[in-house]
Design a protein around this ligand. Structure first.
Ligand SMILES: O=C(O)COP(=O)(O)O
Ligand SMILES: [Mg+2]
Length: 231
C-alpha cells in the first residue's frame, strides 16, 4: 500500500454543529486511515495546540498545523512559529482604529496571528492595509477572520511538514470547506471541497462531494477508496 497523507481542515469539515462538535463517524474513518499506515494531519485556523490535542485524543498522526498555517505543533513543548504576531497586531490596530465593528475573537492563545470576529467588511480592511503598504494576509474561514504574516497560509504551513516528513504533493489529499483551504488545495494533488463550501472554493478543488461537514468526509473517502488501495 502506498502511504498517503490526508491534510484535514477542522471546522466545517469534521465538525457538525458550528460549535466544534466532532462528527464521530468521520473521526473514526480518519483514525482507521491512520491505523492503516496513512498520515492524517489537521491543518486548521484553530490554535495548533487544539489541532494537536484532537490528534492525540482522536488517534490520528500527532502533528498539527494551526493558526491558519502560522504555527506547527509537534509536541507539548515543540512548536515551529512561521508567522510573526507583532506584524499581525500592528495591522489589527490599524483596522480597529479605522473600521467600525472590528473586534478580536475569543480563542485559545495564538503565537503567530490575530483572530477576529466576522463583524466587518473584510474587503474594506484589505483595501485599507494595501493603501498603507501593510502586506499581511487577511482571510475568512467562515468561523473567523484571520490576520497572518505575509506569505503565511495553510499551504505554506503544510509545505513545511511535507519537507520535514519528505511527503510528495502526489501523495497528499487535502479536505476542506473554506477559502482558507484553497492554498492547502494548491499543494495537494488531490483536493476535496465539501458540499458546504462556496462555489469559489469548490472551483479550486480537484473533487467536490455533495454532503456537508462530517458526512462529506465519509463520502470523499468512499470515492477515494479504490485509489487508496492502489500500489
Ligand atoms: O478559523 C477557525 O477558527 C476555524 O478554522 P478551520 O476551518 O480552518 O478549522
Ligand atoms: Mg474549515
Amino acid at each position: 500500500m502506498k502511504k498517503r497523507t490526508f491534510a484535514v481542515d477542522i471546522d466545517g469539515t469534521i465538525t457538525e454543529n458550528g460549535g466544534g462538535r466532532i462528527h464521530l463517524d468521520a473521526l473514526d474513518a480518519l483514525r482507521r486511515l491512520t491505523v492503516m499506515g496513512h498520515n492524517v494531519i489537521y491543518v486548521t485556523g484553530r490554535s495548533s495546540v487544539e489541532g494537536f490535542l484532537l490528534s492525540v485524543f482522536g488517534g490520528t498522526t500527532k502533528i498539527a498545523v494551526g493558526e491558519n498555517g502560522g504555527c506547527i505543533t509537534l509536541d507539548s513543548d515543540d512548536h515551529i512559529l512561521l508567522g510573526n504576531i507583532d506584524e499581525c497586531k500592528s495591522a489589527f490596530d490599524i483596522i480597529k482604529n479605522n473600521i467600525d465593528g472590528v473586534k478580536e475573537k475569543r480563542v485559545f492563545p495564538r503565537m503567530t496571528e490575530v483572530v477576529l470576529e466576522r463583524t466587518f467588511d473584510l474587503d474594506l480592511a484589505r483595501k485599507l492595509l494595501s493603501e498603507k503598504n501593510i502586506p499581511v494576509e487577511l482571510s475568512d474561514s467562515q468561523y473567523a477572520y484571520h490576520i497572518n504574516s505575509p506569505g503565511i497560509n495553510k499551504g505554506t504551513g503544510f509545505r513545511k511538514i511535507m519537507e520535514k516528513l519528505s511527503i510528495l504533493p502526489e501523495d497528499v489529499i487535502a479536505i476542506g470547506d473554506s477559502a482558507t483551504d484553497i492554498p492547502l488545495f494548491n499543494v495537494a494533488k488531490t483536493s476535496i471541497a465539501l458540499g458546504n463550501a462556496s462555489d469559489q472554493v469548490k472551483s479550486e478543488a480537484s473533487m467536490v462531494v455533495s454532503s456537508g461537514a462530517g458526512d462529506g468526509v465519509l463520502e470523499a473517502l468512499d470515492k477515494l477508496a479504490p485509489r487508496l488501495s492502489e500500489m
